[in-house]
Ligand binder design. Sequence first.
Ligand SMILES: [Zn+2]
Length: 442
Amino acid sequence: MSEPTPALLARAQDEVAELLSDLIRIDTTNTGDTASGKGERAAAEWVAGKLDEVGISSVVHESERGRASLVARIEGRDRSRPALLVHGHLDVVPADPAEWSVHPFSGEERDGYVWGRGAVDMKDMDAMTLALVRDWARTGVQPPRDVVLAFVADEEAGGKLGARYLVEEHPDLFEGCTEAISEVGGFSITVRDDLRLYLVQTAEKGLAWMRLTAGGKPGHGSFVHDDNAVTRLCQAVARLGSARLPTTLTPPMRAFLAAVEDAYGIEIDPDEPEQALARLGSISRMIGAALRNTVNPTMLEAGYKANVIPGTAGATVDGRFLFGQEEEFERQLAGLIGEGVQREWLVHDQAVETTFDGPLVDAMVAALKAEDDGARPVPFTMSGGTDAKSFERLGMRCFGFSPLRLPPDLDFASLFHGIDERVPVESLRFGVRVLDRFLRAC
Ligand SMILES: [Zn+2]
């Protein structure tokens, strides 16, 4: 492994917070609609400028007007080796300034934190990556193999106009990439002073957003009526919403639970893991959802007048399935939805999973341990979806590795898409050092 180079990294560590603040100030709110979205083009050009300053050339690709993503390739010492992709999205979810302690697009640095929408999801990783490669370029550091950088649009709406577009229309940009790192993982959970679990994402659940439609006989609301679309739909929705699908332990979560048992000296009942997981704090909500398929009704639509029984009623349902569980999930759904209700997919995307082993994982583990004596890296499955779903299509092994050593009392999970999203400056500096060690060694 390469030796630490604190002197060289001083500049990256010093500028990472400022880069993040600047990036937060470019409002890249993704509403899911190109007409009302903004800022992705400006953000991509800003990143291109920061790379250009140090002599790294990049290309901006637009899927639709303003929906810009940027890709650059840093040549490695051994160009015959496969490349590594480091990707991050530039868009963010909306934020309402009235709810925040600081303006969500101020990028204000206060109390040792950088505040603003995107501070943890995921302009932090964008800024850490930028700070590091700028430092490398200034000081002549070359990675052992090609590193491809992708700063993309539209992740928060599923990536169709960002990562998915690049993968489908410009796959040559990722020529030779066999592995990728990005969100959501690499952050710490403090067990005790000398032990922190670092959760590395090796899997994420599949996405199955669906529309349910029930038909029935329309009629007058005052009559006796036994074929009511609203009733039929609501019965299905209630069954789905109150279902608790059985626990299934996939390999990453089996390893994760074993690590939690060991770290806390407890035993976890695999059928009822929630109680034991509660001690992990708010992150347990994300973890609990990775132990089973889930299904949650989110929208309802029916009728137009109090005394008219409508002929149809509709609902939207958010379903998520574990890797390898897609068919089982469809069986579970069919059983819950029952007769007389049609189901169609609105958005359907694959679950992805890779193993927690090999030289790349060894490099992550070594980099974390070198910067934190108490680090214990563990794999986990993310309950949500990321651009990994797109990049996996090109055959890459995808990992959530955006390293942050976090203060023990920070409620990190609630900051994702949350009010007062913020990230400790110290954590950013730590992340830059870990990424430096990792990328020099992999
Ligand atoms: Zn994200």
